[in-house]
Design a protein around this ligand. Structure first.
Ligand SMILES: *[C@@H]1O[C@H](CO)[C@@H](O)[C@H](O)[C@H]1NC(C)=O
Ligand SMILES: *[C@@H]1O[C@H](CO)[C@@H](O)[C@H](O)[C@H]1NC(C)=O
Ligand SMILES: *[C@@H]1O[C@H](CO)[C@@H](O)[C@H](O)[C@H]1NC(C)=O
Ligand SMILES: *[C@@H]1O[C@H](CO)[C@@H](O)[C@H](O)[C@H]1NC(C)=O
Ligand SMILES: *[C@@H]1O[C@H](CO)[C@@H](O)[C@H](O)[C@H]1NC(C)=O
Length: 322
């Protein structure tokens, strides 16, 4: 049924020049983040890149600060020598920083320590995280993905933020990046620039927030480009529930050890919030479409579900001896 919904985000050609903090979990030296830096700069944004010193996938919102300078084996892809300070700046481009912490800690270091030096008293308009090397589909990823962790910690701090996750999961150094528009890192970066342009469209960046307080976006880009059947995936509004999976465990009868497989479970797919009619991001981005989900960091159950539970509990509490 989801195929019958038309793409809804209109793309416009003019973009307001935004102050953007760009971060990720695959490290400051990944091809995706450097390609995205280039694409956002080309669109006229002022971009500050602050990424983890090393690969920090799977850390979710874990907040770990460095207590030493860079230890063996150095920064990702040999990008930082052993013994270098716990944070540092690229020698040729003063807008590129590494920080030796988890993705959530790196985003906050960017917000509190580096951005004020770069942007002065003008605030960060938008935090962009990614594009991750691999998709992050469904609510389950909110405890697992470092890309999403850096995003929701930024939303929690009050900044509009967007997580981007790309289908191509190859872990690549920026030194392999080419100028070819069909380079997988460049095509993912173009989607980021297009979505940022759409988010900025119609919003007076100096007077208005790009997204409401407590709200962010999670964008899943399919595998596309040469070598796949997908060339120009349209943007489609989605919800996180609908076809989302979580782990289930079984025992390998040969080895005796547990193995995990994906389960499309009922809890993770309970459509409690969000736009009910929207398709799930998991099936959407498995095809040739970019899934755009809108999340909030308010974990409260909605009032229509919370009130009857409160009523039932208060009756029980009144009837008890306590
Ligand atoms: C960490 O690096 C800084 C800058 O090079 C240096 O001043 C400091 O002594 C180093 N600290 C440790 C514990 O090695
Ligand atoms: C994924 O990226 C790698 C590295 O750039 C590339 O070699 C590969 O062809 C890409 N895969 C697809 C399906 O585009
Ligand atoms: C931005 O907002 C100010 C104050 O509300 C208004 O005067 C100005 O025209 C707006 N600019 C744009 C481009 O909408
Ligand atoms: C592309 O589409 C064709 C026809 O639908 C199919 O046979 C082929 O397996 C597809 N290739 C990829 C890489 O998805
Ligand atoms: C089960 O264990 C055997 C022996 O260690 C291994 O070869 C096989 O790949 C395992 N199967 C799965 C599904 O992990």
């Amino acid at each position: 049924m989801w195929k019958s919904f038309a793409p809804l985000l209109a793309l416009v050609s003019c973009a307001a020049g935004l102050n953007i903090l760009l971060t990720n979990d695959d490290s400051w030296a990944s091809a995706n983040i450097r390609a995205t830096y280039n694409a956002l700069k080309a669109d006229g944004h002022d971009v500050l890149l602050v990424g983890p010193a090393v690969q920090q996938s799977g850390r979710g919102g874990t907040f770990v600060l460095p207590t030493t300078n860079i230890t063996e084996p150095g920064g990702e892809f040999g990008s930082i020598p052993v013994g270098a300070p716990y944070f540092g700046q690229d020698s040729e481009n003063g807008d590129l920083f590494y920080f030796n912490g988890t993705p959530a800690a790196t985003a906050v270091f960017g917000i509190d320590i580096i951005a004020p030096k770069k942007f002065g008293s003008t605030p960060i308009d938008l935090v962009v995280s990614g594009p991750n090397e691999g998709q992050n589909n469904g609510p389950f990823l909110f405890t697992l993905s470092g890309t999403i962790g850096a995003t929701y910690v930024s939303v929690e701090r009050g900044y509009p933020a967007i997580a981007f996750s790309a289908g191509n999961s190859t872990h690549r150094s920026f030194t392999t990046l080419t100028d070819d528009a069909s380079d997988p890192a460049n095509i993912a970066a173009k989607v980021v620039a297009d979505v940022v342009r759409a988010v900025a469209n119609g919003v007076n960046a100096t007077k208005q927030r790009l997204l409401p307080l407590g709200v962010g976006l999670s964008v899943n880009i399919p595998t596309f480009g040469p070598g796949s059947n997908c060339t120009a995936p349209p943007l489609r509004f989605t919800r996180m529930t609908g076809g989302a999976v979580v782990d289930q465990i079984s025992i390998n009868s040969t080895s005796g050890f547990p193995i995990s497989t994906n389960l499309e479970a009922s809890g993770v797919n309970a459509n409690v919030n969000g736009v009910r009619e929207d398709p799930g991001e998991t099936p959407t981005s498995a095809g040739c479409e970019t899934a755009v989900s809108i999340f909030s960091v308010d974990y409260d159950a909605p009032e229509r579900l919370a009130r009857p539970i409160q009523q039932r509990l208060s009756l029980a509490i009144e009837a008890s001896e306590f």
